[in-house]
Design a protein around this ligand. Sequence first.
Ligand code: ADP
Ligand code: MG
Length: 197
Amino acid sequence: MTAGTVIFRVLSFCASKRSSCYRETKLGMKSLPYFCRGEVIRGFGRGSKELGIPTANFPDSVVDNLPADISTGIYYGWACVGNGDVYKMVMSIGWNPYYKNTKKSMETHVIHTFKEDFYGEILSVVMVGYIRPERSYDSLEALIAAINNDIEEAKVKLELPEHLKLREDNFFTSTPILSSAPPATTASTSQTIMNGH
Ligand code: ADP
Ligand code: MG
């Protein structure tokens, strides 16, 4: 795969120019914090893992339930795989080129090194804040640098007391999550969308 192909394939996690006149409150903030969970499905092999930034994809059932005011772009928050620990995360919400940009995707990078992949597990997330809108980049290096900036920004912002308390939210502990449960049960309980308001 050429660098150009990789750039194209990871554009749904693409970054944006920081704009001094951009105001966080203007975009996608009304529904935050936003809680949701769903099964981790296979993405479209955009090469995220090869770049050191794997992104766990949610199924359409989760994406299609996003409130209208949650715009595309990069978010930060908390995430938990199965009934494991809660870690910081960054999430990209973007238009999916695979479906000719008619479908959105939600891709979560959990800021933690896992021993193994967790396809099929239930990922629970709370989106806490918005970092920036999407943008395409001229080089792979610029794209990776932007994502790493997002990760650093998420790490710092999530240390704020009002954000730290969401890590302890009952959402992450109250729901029994059994990855070995029969599919019907898993589907009916795991893909419930919960708005934090
Ligand atoms: P895909 O195109 O299938 O989404 P990626 O290259 O984006 O492939 O890798 C995503 C997968 O990597 C996730 O579904 C998950 O199983 C695994 N993974 C391992 N570590 C992480 C992590 N820290 N954050 C997100 N996903 C991770
Ligand atoms: Mg992915």
